[in-house]
Design a protein around this ligand. Structure first.
Ligand code: COA
Length: 202
């Protein structure tokens, strides 16, 4: 008897989850359209609605088959977010996947195809505030920014920080919890804080 109830419960749960995701996806696509983001076929969301803060006068595009996962569990609250500041560029290729991470572009972030971003990872092309205390007293205008490039087929583990000016070479892997401050060549695994070469990814 318990097995039958369990099967029915699971079936209803899966059905409702799919219906919710279909509604979230429709709403998210509407928000992208409203914000003049060009996006490809089969852009999907799951578990919640990603947050988008896209200023006017930006250039944002997302390729085909993008998947934005979101987690609202108390133990792991992590909603995918896209912030694009005035004048900034964000380009995301095909088959992109992100698990509740944040991408913040104040300058330019270019992400290739088949890139997977682990839960809670943050990608910034800006320091948000100037390093010099005098310069950040009253304004953040002199903040340093530099483009970030993540090439095709890169996998970034959970809870990483990818900082301004970094290029991660094609097919490379960033280990969980890493802080990436320097360029990573293609086909390598890097990890730690600051991230260093661990081994070849081939
Ligand atoms: C990078 C990774 C793929 C390497 O896995 P692997 O090939 O099985 O490598 P190993 O576990 O054998 O580790 C190799 C070396 O890297 C080190 N290493 C592994 N993960 C590391 C990390 N997150 N930070 C720093 N060093 C790490 C190990 O200590 C080991 O060092 P040693 O050779 O000195 O002993 C894996 O550790 C990882 O971080 N996976 C990401 C998981 C994830 O976040 N998924 C997304 C969820 S949304």
């Amino acid at each position: 008897m318990r097995n039958i109830i369990l099967v029915i419960y699971k079936a209803i749960w899966v059905f409702l989850f799919r219906v919710k995701n279909a509604c979230f996806t429709l709403w998210f696509r509407f928000l992208l359209w409203l914000n003049k983001v060009s996006f490809g076929k089969h852009c999907q969301v799951s578990g919640g609605i990603p947050q988008i803060r896209i200023s006017l006068k930006t250039d944002v595009s997302i390729g085909d088959n993008a998947k934005f996962n979101n987690y609202t569990d108390v133990a792991w609250y992590s909603v995918s977010s896209l912030w694009v500041k005035k004048g900034a560029v964000l380009k995301i290729g095909d088959n992109f996947g992100i698990n509740g991470g944040l991408i913040c572009a104040a300058n330019k972030i270019v992400i290739g195809s088949n890139v997977k971003i682990g839960g809670g990872t943050k990608i910034f092309d800006t320091d948000f505030h100037p390093v010099n205390f005098e310069k950040r007293k009253f304004s953040d205008e002199q903040t340093k920014t530099a483009p970030v490039v993540i090439e095709d087929d890169v996998f970034v583990g959970t809870s990483c920080l990818i900082l301004k000016g970094v290029t991660i070479g094609a097919r490379s892997v960033i280990a969980a919890g890493s802080v990436v401050t320097h360029n990573v060549p293609p086909d390598e695994i890097w990890g730690g804080n600051p991230a260093k070469f661990i081994k070849s990814a081939l």
